[in-house]
Design a protein around this ligand. Sequence first.
Ligand SMILES: [Zn+2]
Length: 249
Amino acid sequence: MNTLFDPKKHPHRRYNPLLNEWILVSPQRADRPWQGQKEKVTEENRPVHDPDCYLCSGNTRANGTQNPLYTGSYVFNNDFGALLNTEIDFSGEHSGFFTLLPERGINRVVCFSEDHSLTLPEMSLEQIKNVVEVWQEQFNELGALEYINYVQIFENKGSIMGCSNPHPHGQIWAQSSIPTMVQKTQDQLKFYFEKHKRTLLEDYLEQEIKAGERIVTENEYFTALVPFWASWPYEIMIVSRQKRENIAG
Ligand SMILES: [Zn+2]
Protein backbone atom coordinates (compact mmCIF):
# COMPACT_ATOMS: atom_id res chain seq x y z
CA MET A 1 0.00 0.00 0.00
CA ASN A 2 1.26 3.48 -0.85
CA THR A 3 2.02 5.99 1.90
CA LEU A 4 -0.76 8.52 2.48
CA PHE A 5 0.25 12.06 1.52
CA ASP A 6 1.15 14.31 4.45
CA PRO A 7 1.95 17.95 3.51
CA LYS A 8 4.12 18.23 6.66
CA LYS A 9 6.33 15.31 5.56
CA HIS A 10 6.17 14.86 1.82
CA PRO A 11 7.68 16.96 -0.94
CA HIS A 12 5.03 18.74 -2.99
CA ARG A 13 4.37 21.75 -5.18
CA ARG A 14 2.33 24.76 -4.11
CA TYR A 15 0.62 27.16 -6.47
CA ASN A 16 1.30 30.89 -6.19
CA PRO A 17 -1.81 32.61 -7.63
CA LEU A 18 -0.09 36.03 -7.63
CA LEU A 19 2.54 34.91 -10.13
CA ASN A 20 0.78 31.93 -11.73
CA GLU A 21 3.81 29.84 -10.76
CA TRP A 22 4.48 26.70 -8.75
CA ILE A 23 7.08 26.45 -6.00
CA LEU A 24 8.67 23.27 -4.64
CA VAL A 25 8.18 22.59 -0.90
CA SER A 26 10.41 20.01 0.79
CA PRO A 27 9.19 19.89 4.44
CA GLN A 28 11.34 16.84 5.30
CA ARG A 29 14.46 18.96 4.78
CA ALA A 30 13.67 20.97 7.93
CA ASP A 31 14.84 17.89 9.90
CA ARG A 32 18.39 18.03 8.57
CA PRO A 33 21.15 19.43 10.82
CA TRP A 34 22.13 22.99 9.92
CA GLN A 35 25.86 23.48 9.48
CA GLY A 36 25.69 26.59 7.36
CA GLN A 37 25.98 30.20 8.36
CA LYS A 38 24.32 31.44 11.54
CA GLU A 39 23.56 35.13 11.93
CA LYS A 40 24.70 36.93 15.06
CA VAL A 41 22.49 39.58 16.61
CA THR A 42 24.53 42.75 16.51
CA GLU A 43 24.12 44.65 19.73
CA GLU A 44 26.15 47.72 19.08
CA ASN A 45 25.40 50.99 20.80
CA ARG A 46 25.02 53.52 18.07
CA PRO A 47 25.29 57.26 18.73
CA VAL A 48 22.33 59.58 18.08
CA HIS A 49 24.53 61.48 15.61
CA ASP A 50 27.52 59.96 13.82
CA PRO A 51 29.92 62.51 12.28
CA ASP A 52 30.99 59.90 9.68
CA CYS A 53 27.42 58.98 8.55
CA TYR A 54 26.46 60.48 5.20
CA LEU A 55 22.74 60.36 6.13
CA CYS A 56 22.96 62.19 9.46
CA SER A 57 21.56 65.68 9.65
CA GLY A 58 24.05 68.44 8.76
CA ASN A 59 26.72 66.03 7.45
CA THR A 60 28.37 66.22 4.03
CA ARG A 61 27.73 63.37 1.60
CA ALA A 62 30.35 61.73 -0.66
CA ASN A 63 29.44 63.99 -3.59
CA GLY A 64 29.97 67.13 -1.49
CA THR A 65 26.29 67.95 -0.85
CA GLN A 66 25.54 68.98 2.72
CA ASN A 67 22.40 67.55 4.36
CA PRO A 68 20.19 70.19 5.98
CA LEU A 69 19.76 70.14 9.75
CA TYR A 70 16.60 68.08 9.36
CA THR A 71 14.34 66.55 11.98
CA GLY A 72 11.90 63.76 11.12
CA SER A 73 11.99 62.52 7.51
CA TYR A 74 14.37 63.79 4.87
CA VAL A 75 14.19 62.83 1.17
CA PHE A 76 16.89 63.36 -1.48
CA ASN A 77 17.82 61.97 -4.89
CA ASN A 78 20.29 59.08 -4.49
CA ASP A 79 23.80 60.36 -5.32
CA PHE A 80 24.69 56.91 -6.69
CA GLY A 81 21.35 55.86 -8.15
CA ALA A 82 20.89 52.75 -10.28
CA LEU A 83 18.66 54.68 -12.68
CA LEU A 84 19.24 57.99 -14.41
CA ASN A 85 16.68 60.66 -15.11
CA THR A 86 18.27 61.68 -18.42
CA GLU A 87 16.05 61.73 -21.48
CA ILE A 88 17.90 59.92 -24.26
CA ASP A 89 17.20 59.18 -27.90
CA PHE A 90 17.37 55.50 -28.72
CA SER A 91 17.45 53.91 -32.13
CA GLY A 92 19.28 50.68 -31.25
CA GLU A 93 18.41 47.01 -31.43
CA HIS A 94 14.73 46.26 -30.66
CA SER A 95 14.48 42.57 -31.36
CA GLY A 96 16.38 39.31 -31.66
CA PHE A 97 18.86 37.88 -29.19
CA PHE A 98 20.43 41.23 -28.39
CA THR A 99 17.27 43.11 -27.46
CA LEU A 100 17.69 46.02 -25.11
CA LEU A 101 15.74 49.11 -24.21
CA PRO A 102 16.88 52.13 -22.21
CA GLU A 103 15.36 52.53 -18.75
CA ARG A 104 14.73 55.93 -17.24
CA GLY A 105 13.96 56.63 -13.63
CA ILE A 106 14.62 58.32 -10.31
CA ASN A 107 16.15 56.79 -7.17
CA ARG A 108 15.52 58.53 -3.88
CA VAL A 109 16.65 57.96 -0.32
CA VAL A 110 14.23 58.54 2.58
CA CYS A 111 15.81 59.07 6.00
CA PHE A 112 13.16 58.07 8.55
CA SER A 113 14.60 60.11 11.41
CA GLU A 114 17.49 62.39 12.28
CA ASP A 115 18.32 59.96 15.10
CA HIS A 116 21.13 57.70 13.82
CA SER A 117 20.60 55.13 16.62
CA LEU A 118 16.97 54.23 15.79
CA THR A 119 15.37 51.66 13.52
CA LEU A 120 11.82 52.06 12.14
CA PRO A 121 10.13 49.75 14.71
CA GLU A 122 11.80 51.68 17.55
CA MET A 123 10.22 54.94 16.47
CA SER A 124 6.96 56.29 17.97
CA LEU A 125 3.67 55.73 16.12
CA GLU A 126 3.55 59.46 15.36
CA GLN A 127 7.04 59.34 13.81
CA ILE A 128 6.15 56.23 11.77
CA LYS A 129 2.94 57.94 10.58
CA ASN A 130 5.08 60.83 9.36
CA VAL A 131 7.24 58.38 7.34
CA VAL A 132 4.14 56.75 5.78
CA GLU A 133 2.84 60.21 4.80
CA VAL A 134 6.18 60.93 3.12
CA TRP A 135 5.89 57.61 1.23
CA GLN A 136 2.40 58.67 0.05
CA GLU A 137 3.61 62.13 -1.05
CA GLN A 138 6.54 60.58 -2.93
CA PHE A 139 4.30 57.98 -4.57
CA ASN A 140 1.95 60.73 -5.79
CA GLU A 141 4.72 63.09 -6.88
CA LEU A 142 6.83 60.51 -8.75
CA GLY A 143 3.84 58.58 -10.08
CA ALA A 144 2.46 61.77 -11.66
CA LEU A 145 5.52 62.13 -13.89
CA GLU A 146 4.62 61.29 -17.47
CA TYR A 147 7.52 58.84 -18.01
CA ILE A 148 7.13 57.01 -14.67
CA ASN A 149 4.98 53.88 -14.63
CA TYR A 150 6.07 52.19 -11.44
CA VAL A 151 7.07 53.44 -7.98
CA GLN A 152 8.61 51.00 -5.52
CA ILE A 153 9.16 51.94 -1.87
CA PHE A 154 11.42 49.60 0.06
CA GLU A 155 14.05 49.16 2.75
CA ASN A 156 17.09 46.91 2.49
CA LYS A 157 17.93 46.05 6.06
CA GLY A 158 21.30 44.85 7.34
CA SER A 159 24.70 44.37 5.75
CA ILE A 160 23.79 40.91 4.37
CA MET A 161 21.11 42.64 2.27
CA GLY A 162 23.66 45.09 0.92
CA CYS A 163 22.59 47.92 3.20
CA SER A 164 25.75 49.91 3.66
CA ASN A 165 24.59 52.35 6.33
CA PRO A 166 22.86 51.71 9.71
CA HIS A 167 21.10 55.11 9.72
CA PRO A 168 17.30 54.47 9.57
CA HIS A 169 16.46 54.90 5.92
CA GLY A 170 14.74 53.35 2.95
CA GLN A 171 14.69 53.87 -0.78
CA ILE A 172 12.30 54.71 -3.58
CA TRP A 173 12.74 53.52 -7.15
CA ALA A 174 10.55 55.19 -9.76
CA GLN A 175 10.99 53.83 -13.26
CA SER A 176 9.57 53.95 -16.74
CA SER A 177 8.85 50.23 -17.18
CA ILE A 178 6.81 47.91 -14.96
CA PRO A 179 9.07 45.14 -13.54
CA THR A 180 8.23 41.62 -14.80
CA MET A 181 7.05 40.17 -11.45
CA VAL A 182 4.88 43.21 -10.76
CA GLN A 183 3.35 43.01 -14.24
CA LYS A 184 2.62 39.30 -13.75
CA THR A 185 0.96 39.98 -10.39
CA GLN A 186 -1.11 42.79 -11.88
CA ASP A 187 -2.25 40.50 -14.70
CA GLN A 188 -3.22 37.77 -12.22
CA LEU A 189 -5.15 40.19 -9.98
CA LYS A 190 -6.96 41.66 -12.99
CA PHE A 191 -7.78 38.23 -14.42
CA TYR A 192 -9.20 37.08 -11.06
CA PHE A 193 -11.28 40.21 -10.64
CA GLU A 194 -12.74 39.98 -14.14
CA LYS A 195 -13.66 36.35 -13.56
CA HIS A 196 -15.07 36.57 -10.02
CA LYS A 197 -15.95 40.28 -9.57
CA ARG A 198 -14.10 40.05 -6.27
CA THR A 199 -10.45 40.74 -5.52
CA LEU A 200 -8.05 37.80 -5.27
CA LEU A 201 -6.57 39.13 -2.02
CA GLU A 202 -9.91 39.60 -0.24
CA ASP A 203 -10.88 36.00 -1.08
CA TYR A 204 -7.44 34.65 -0.14
CA LEU A 205 -7.46 36.58 3.15
CA GLU A 206 -10.92 35.29 4.02
CA GLN A 207 -9.73 31.69 3.55
CA GLU A 208 -6.50 32.25 5.51
CA ILE A 209 -8.46 33.75 8.43
CA LYS A 210 -10.75 30.71 8.35
CA ALA A 211 -7.75 28.33 8.27
CA GLY A 212 -6.00 30.26 11.07
CA GLU A 213 -2.68 28.47 10.49
CA ARG A 214 -0.50 31.10 8.91
CA ILE A 215 -1.67 34.38 10.48
CA VAL A 216 1.21 36.12 12.26
CA THR A 217 -0.58 39.21 13.53
CA GLU A 218 -3.51 41.43 12.57
CA ASN A 219 -5.41 44.58 13.44
CA GLU A 220 -8.49 46.21 11.98
CA TYR A 221 -6.54 47.48 8.93
CA PHE A 222 -3.96 44.83 8.03
CA THR A 223 -3.24 41.12 8.37
CA ALA A 224 0.35 39.82 8.33
CA LEU A 225 0.60 36.19 7.25
CA VAL A 226 3.01 33.62 5.88
CA PRO A 227 1.61 32.97 2.40
CA PHE A 228 0.69 29.37 1.58
CA TRP A 229 3.16 29.58 -1.33
CA ALA A 230 6.05 31.13 0.70
CA SER A 231 9.50 30.42 -0.78
CA TRP A 232 11.50 31.73 2.19
CA PRO A 233 11.40 30.61 5.86
CA TYR A 234 10.56 34.11 7.14
CA GLU A 235 8.44 35.28 4.21
CA ILE A 236 5.57 37.47 5.39
CA MET A 237 2.90 39.16 3.32
CA ILE A 238 0.98 42.11 4.71
CA VAL A 239 -2.52 42.30 3.25
CA SER A 240 -4.71 45.38 3.60
CA ARG A 241 -8.16 44.48 4.90
CA GLN A 242 -9.58 47.39 2.97
CA LYS A 243 -9.46 47.36 -0.80
CA ARG A 244 -6.87 49.90 -1.90
CA GLU A 245 -5.26 50.42 -5.29
CA ASN A 246 -2.01 51.72 -3.89
CA ILE A 247 -0.30 53.23 -0.85
CA ALA A 248 -1.82 56.65 -1.48
CA GLY A 249 -5.25 55.18 -0.91
ZN1 LIG B 1 23.34 58.71 10.53
